[in-house]
Design a protein around this ligand. Sequence first.
Ligand SMILES: NC(=O)c1ccc[n+]([C@@H]2O[C@H](COP(=O)([O-])OP(=O)(O)OC[C@H]3O[C@@H](n4cnc5c(N)ncnc54)[C@H](OP(=O)(O)O)[C@@H]3O)[C@@H](O)[C@H]2O)c1
Length: 313
Amino acid sequence: MTKNKSNSYLPVILVTGCSSGIGLCLAQLLLPKINYRVVVTARKASLDKIFEAGLKETDRFLIRELDVSSRSQRSRVVREIQDLWGGVDILVNNAGFAYRSVMEEMDNSSEASQMITNYLGPMSLIRLVLPYMRKCGRGKIISVSSVSGMLAMPTMGSYSASKHALQGASEALWYELKPFGIDVSLVQPGFINSRSFQNVRYSKKSHIALTEDGPYSEYYKNMQPFVAKLMAKSRVDSKDVAKTILKVIQTQSPRFIVPATPDAVLFYYIRKILPRRWFQPLLFYLLPRARSWAKKHSTARPQSFWQKLKRWM
Ligand SMILES: NC(=O)c1ccc[n+]([C@@H]2O[C@H](COP(=O)([O-])OP(=O)(O)OC[C@H]3O[C@@H](n4cnc5c(N)ncnc54)[C@H](OP(=O)(O)O)[C@@H]3O)[C@@H](O)[C@H]2O)c1
């Protein structure tokens, strides 16, 4: 157990991806919380954004470089915390990004970087902090997932795969860590009123398809403004999600799935109630102009009303 001078326990929190959005808001919320020791992190190129936001280091609030895809940086930051404060009591895996690309236009290196940042990096960090948590008989692993961890959308397949992987592994962890007194939670935001869509990346081919006519061009042209519009309309912003994470940090035995936006709650129940064979056609119907996507390029034969109905049954 780590103790401060007054002999009271001050849990150590490590947060990834604090240069913007949810991570930065969480860092701002944690700065005045004197009952925690906190290490907020960002990639080297983005570290300045934390200082520009007015955050300063104190003896219980540290700002460190961490690219979650770097093995040496992951080890270095966890080792420093172990030397200083014993170990990490609460890990918040927040860092993440999304590719916008249909699966056919992804490539191996884009796919790998998506999985490393959103899944493999967080899992490696979890493995680094677990021995200390097990020794203490307590701890929290909180990972920021997404509605994309429970359902997939066209042009976001790779991102969705990374969040599904995060959710699958976290569910296994929940069982594995319960006997050790360690809580595992997934915070699931849906659409957030934030600028994070500006950080969406494109594979080489999806980038070309944005400007040139191709079999999937209509998908991007419709999905991009659709997502931007839903984000702009959302009443939940990054700070609200950060508050939800803070609540999970402060709650004893938090829930495994913590929806962080109203649409996340809605999709959670829709997925529980509707069978997949109804859910998927319904979502397809609701996507902007999806029924006319690829019309120019598709050689598929049109289906009769009865054929379509049969697929619903
Ligand atoms: N915004 C949404 O609508 C939404 C919805 C559902 C889930 N989420 C999830 O919420 C989390 C936070 O996203 P956000 O909305 O706050 O977006 P954001 O503003 O783009 O923040 C993402 C953060 O992750 C960092 N990051 C990216 N790659 C990294 C790496 N390899 N190592 C360390 N840090 C890295 C970014 O740092 P750089 O500045 O260096 O790139 C940035 O600080 C993500 O896991 C995201 O998938 C967001």
